[in-house]
Design a protein around this ligand. Structure first.
Ligand code: IMP
Length: 195
């Protein structure tokens, strides 16, 4: 962790602009500065997003040798045995929100959750933080904010989708908020470390 001018710098290895924007907003009040990276996030095929995130982080660290984070996330639908889970980004590209709503036709159990697995590598540490937000799948896509499955995900305790609630609320309840807050709490407990 490089602690220059009081701020801790971490490279965020991702090509997803939405994740960067959300992470920066979530970390706004913390003493952490995120940097983008040209390094490719290498995604192995695995049923477990923690392993995907850790593998990608180790690969990226071997390349850039700087303190970094990698996040892998997905939507897990109970009635579909956790599908699309680790395959969320592929499924989003191939069938999108309309495709998921169609798969869920006539299914009354609409419970689902988002999970984010965030790995931070810094010197001797390889730490993974998980964040989950529970909710349900809407009957049709609604709302314009956010990205990915936000228009079909209604967080528990709300009657609007993440895309209707908007990023200000999303960033205080989401799986990403929960994982990044744990990271920030852990980082703030560390003494300055060598990369
Ligand atoms: P990956 O972590 O890059 O493998 O991508 C995860 C995929 O899960 C994204 O492309 C989205 O389709 C979906 N996803 C992850 N987090 C969110 C979120 O906060 N909102 C909506 N969709 C998400």
């Amino acid at each position: 962790m490089s602690k220059k001018e009081g701020r801790i710098k971490l490279v965020f290895v991702t090509s997803n602009e939405h994740k960067i924007k959300e992470a920066m907003e979530i970390l706004g009040k913390w003493n952490i500065q995120l940097e983008g990276s040209h390094v490719t996030k290498i995604e192995v095929q695995d049923d477990c997003i923690e392993r995907i995130s850790r593998y990608a982080a180790i690969q990226a660290y071997n390349e850039i040798k700087k303190p970094l984070i990698v996040e892998d996330s997905g939507l897990f639908i109970k009635a579909l045995n956790g599908f699309p889970g680790p395959y969320s980004s592929y499924v989003q590209r191939k069938i999108g929100n309309d495709g998921i709503v169609k798969l869920m036709e006539n299914i009354s159990d609409r419970r689902a959750y988002f999970k984010a697995s965030l790995t931070c590598i810094c010197g001797q540490y390889v730490k993974t933080f998980n964040g989950i937000v529970h909710g349900s799948i809407s009957e049709e896509p609604r709302g314009r904010e956010g990205f990915g499955f936000d228009p079909i995900f209604i967080p528990e305790g709300y009657d609007r989708t993440m895309a209707e609630l908007g990023e200000r609320i999303k960033n205080t309840i989401s799986h990403r908020y929960r994982a990044f807050t744990q990271l920030a709490e852990w980082v703030s407990r560390q003494k300055p470390l060598k990369p």
